[in-house]
Design a protein around this ligand. Structure first.
Ligand code: MG
Length: 331
């Protein structure tokens, strides 16, 4: 099956949607491994909604605007897709090689910037506030991904892929170890909440916010490829056991929880048959896969009812409707 993309970025896409795409429902690219996943499958197909990017990352959906934003890191820009008519346009350029994005409790955009090595908030009037760019007098490496808790605290990772070379930022020395931080956006105070990662990457909170999942994509630098689960209490972490580790030689990058506590994560960089997204139950069982024709970096829930999964996968954005919603309703 081929699709035609008529966006400004769509030189017509001739990328095949994959051998499993035959136009029939149920879509065979959505693979259930467990009844708990089957219950979440809708009578829907995987769609490629936009293409023509270099490296899509950091998707975030805003219900108020009916739009998805994401980063195209090497092109130093962010893009915007309108759900109403599928129009794609540039949201921000230059983006300072932005990576992860999310919305805070007031519906403002929060962004991790590689090149400027900082976390920013885009105010409702469009101005940009720098929330953090250093810790203890030393520059951050380059924040990668972030989430916001119910109390407004921002949890983010600082692996520093943006200072590894010019493709995703620029070449620079690391001044700090590669930690996970919790930032009080009201006071600006940040503290290290996990210091034993090789490359901390995507994160997600369980629906009750008593568990935090954090990816270690350290396999890119001789470390592990797994997801760890921490217990959260009063803004502090304990535990940190390995939750899922069946990714190598590929790895996962970004993840989100659904309303039932399942963990949806990206997958790529190895066997093409494993490219796409995975769903793990909260007990760690792998219960389903979504197969894509490109490696996937990150995903988010969105749509006005919150039951549409958006996947940022290499040069394209894919989506599929599910019978579940994200742990939080989008703003
Ligand atoms: Mg990431």
């Amino acid at each position: 099956m081929m699709i035609q993309n008529d966006t400004p970025f769509g030189r017509p896409s001739l990328l095949p949607l994959g051998d499993l795409a035959d136009g029939r429902y149920p879509d065979r690219r959505i693979q259930s491994l467990d009844p708990r996943f089957t219950a979440h499958q809708g009578n829907a197909a995987v769609e490629r909604i936009a293409t023509g990017f270099r490296w899509a990352e950091g998707p975030v959906y805003f219900a108020a605007g009916g739009m998805l934003l994401w980063s195209d890191i090497p092109n130093n820009r962010m893009l915007r897709w309108l759900e109403e008519d599928g129009h794609v346009s540039v949201f921000r350029a230059p983006s300072h090689f932005a990576n992860g994005n999310t919305a805070d409790r007031e519906g403002r955009l929060l962004t991790c910037e590689h090149d400027t090595r900082r976390v920013t908030r885009t105010e409702h009037d469009g101005s940009i506030t720098v929330l953090i760019d250093s810790h203890g007098g030393k520059r951050l490496n380059g924040p990668n991904d972030l989430i916001v808790a119910a109390d407004g605290a921002i949890w983010f990772t600082d692996p520093g892929y943006g200072i590894d070379g010019p493709y995703e930022g620029h070449t620079a020395d690391s001044e700090l170890p590669r930690h996970v931080y919790r930032l009080d956006a009201a006071t600006g105070a940040a503290r290290i909440v996990a210091d034993d990662f090789v490359r901390p990457n995507g994160l997600a909170l369980s629906p009750d916010e008593r568990r935090l999942y954090v990816v270690d994509s350290g396999i890119t630098h001789g470390g592990p490829a797994h997801i760890r689960a921490f217990d959260v209490e009063d803004g502090r972490l304990s535990g940190g056991r390995i939750f899922a580790e069946d990714f190598a030689p590929g790895f996962t990058d970004g993840l989100r929880c659904d309303a039932d506590g399942n963990v949806w994560c990206s997958m790529g960089w190895a066997d093409p048959a494993e490219d796409g997204a995975r769903c793990y139950a909260s007990d760690g069982d792998l219960i389903g896969k979504i197969h894509l024709p490109e490696g996937c970096a990150n995903l988010c829930f969105g749509g006005k009812k919150g039951h549409r999964l958006f996947m940022a996968a290499s040069t394209s954005i894919y989506s599929v409707y599910l019978n579940t919603t994200g742990a939080k309703r989008p703003f």
